[in-house]
Design a protein. Structure first.
Length: 164
């Protein structure tokens, strides 16, 4: 008997808590037709990815890149990536972040033959502008070559005269 009354009290307390929460969250309380509040619902389209005016999903503004520097043009502040089938010209702006071995770098640090990776965006004229360039990445990743090697192993390698 005591157990049943405890369950009944618990059910009553839970019901009261649910009713209180519903009232505080803005559920409709009718005191007249002019004061009726209709609950709002979230449409699934409000949660989905942004779309272009034509209704198609919007393309990303930025995208990753990686490759080997084929040439560097200091006057135009561009670099060309050499690919298996194509060449890409990437513009380096004043706002481009350059990193080499985890430290800040400058445009003059970019050399032909170095592996780079980073993030690009297309400018209003359709040219690719670098937002971030990381110099010295492994083939197939955007991580610096020594990033996965413990610091004590790097010191051991430098004492031996480099990597095997």
């Amino acid at each position: 008997m005591i157990r049943q009354s405890a369950r009944l009290r618990l059910a009553f307390v839970l019901a009261a808590a649910i009713a209180t929460t519903a009232l505080q969250s803005g559920a409709a309380v009718e005191s007249g037709p002019e004061s009726a509040v209709t609950p709002t619902t979230v449409k699934p389209s409000a949660v989905t990815a942004p779309t272009a005016p034509d209704g198609k999903p919007k393309k990303r503004d930025t995208y990753p890149f990686r490759g080997v520097i084929g040439s560097v043009d200091a006057q135009a502040r561009t670099l060309t990536l050499v690919g298996k089938q194509t060449r890409r010209t990437i513009h380096v702006t004043d706002t481009t972040r350059l990193e080499k071995s985890g430290k800040v770098a400058v445009f003059d640090d970019l050399k032909t033959g170095e592996r780079i990776g980073g993030t690009l965006k297309k400018n209003p004229m359709g040219a690719e502008e670098a937002l971030l360039i990381r110099v010295g990445i492994k083939a197939g990743s955007d991580a610096p070559e020594d990033a996965d090697m413990p610091s004590h192993a790097k010191e051991d390698e430098s004492e031996k005269g480099g990597k095997p």
